[in-house]
Write a protein that binds this ligand. Structure first.
Ligand code: ADP
Ligand code: MG
Length: 260
């Protein structure tokens, strides 16, 4: 399954939130999108799901316009972890994650044994076994975010779109989140596009990094090629130190805080 954005532009009123951006996501790709607040990252991610009208360009899923697929067909192929999950209603974690199987449900809407097995597996993977019967609206932000990932993994979609999935997570769970995404991509011919502010996690887990600023794509390439002092200065207007992580060898970015 291949997802492709071809020179897409998205306008809000007369302003372009995304200007002439292209992207290709193929099996085993983990693409990190990095850029300042307001750069257009979330808008781009929503467009990849076909849920934002384009001013120009096109989004293709396996060489077919995404809008030629039914919403159900899109939901079977693309799972979204949105920036802000609106999950204040009282469903249990199990019910919520089972919702990820909805796009596959039969005419009666009953879950199959396979659905239940998949839910059990994803709850274990996201370390939520103990939370199966808890209510979503009584979880911490981080626990809820893991449940949202579990639901996305439970869809078995071959494309994962994640918008700041690590924002509420503690150190260990940040790494877990991206490790699970990377493992899923490696093992199941899946592609992921992940918006993140965590440059060092992106450096460890992304196969490719895209730098966005002012609605435009500034650079795309391997973490090593793109996470450079010059490009990060251009994107964030900030002086950084880039060295190699002593264990993984991935680029490691440290802001330099000079005294005023
Ligand atoms: P990012 O995720 O990189 O922080 P967004 O894609 O959310 O950025 O937003 C890009 C730009 O588009 C911002 O200037 C934002 O204010 C604007 N924007 C986002 N959503 C809307 C909307 N629904 N209506 C009008 N402008 C929007
Ligand atoms: Mg955003």
């Amino acid at each position: 399954m291949m997802l492709e954005a071809r020179n897409i532009t998205i306008n809000y009123g007369s302003r372009a939130a995304v200007a002439d951006v292209s992207l290709t996501a193929e099996p085993k790709d983990v693409i990190a999108i990095i850029g300042p607040n307001g750069a257009g990252k979330s808008t781009l991610l929503r467009a990849l799901n076909g849920s934002v009208p384009l001013a120009s360009g096109e989004v293709m899923l396996d060489d077919r316009a995404i809008n030629s697929y039914s919403r159900r067909a899109v939901a079977q192929r693309i799972a979204v972890v949105a920036q802000e999950a609106e999950l204040r209603f009282p469903v249990t974690v199990t019910e919520f994650v089972l919702g990820g199987r909805f796009a596959w449900s039969n005419a009666w809407g009953w879950e199959t044994e396979r659905d239940v097995e998949i839910v059990r597996t994803t709850l274990r993977e996201t370390e939520l076994d103990g939370f199966a019967d808890r209510l979503m609206n009584e979880l911490s932000g981080g626990e809820r975010q893991r449940a949202v990932l579990a639901r996305a993994l439970a869809t078995e979609a071959k494309i994962l779109l994640l918008d700041e999935p690590t924002a509420n997570l503690d150190l260990a769970h940040q790494a877990m989140m991206l490790r699970l995404v990377r493992e899923r991509c490696d093992r199941s011919e899946t592609a992921a596009v992940v918006v993140t502010h965590d440059i060092n996690l992106a450096a460890e887990f992304a196969t490719r990094v895209m730098l966005l600023k002012n609605s435009r794509l500034i650079a795309v390439g391997s973490p090593r090629d793109v996470l450079t002092v010059d490009l990060l200065k251009e994107i964030f207007g900030l002086q950084v130190l880039v060295d190699a992580h002593p264990i993984s060898g991935a680029p490691r970015v440290t802001p330099i805080h000079t005294q005023r």
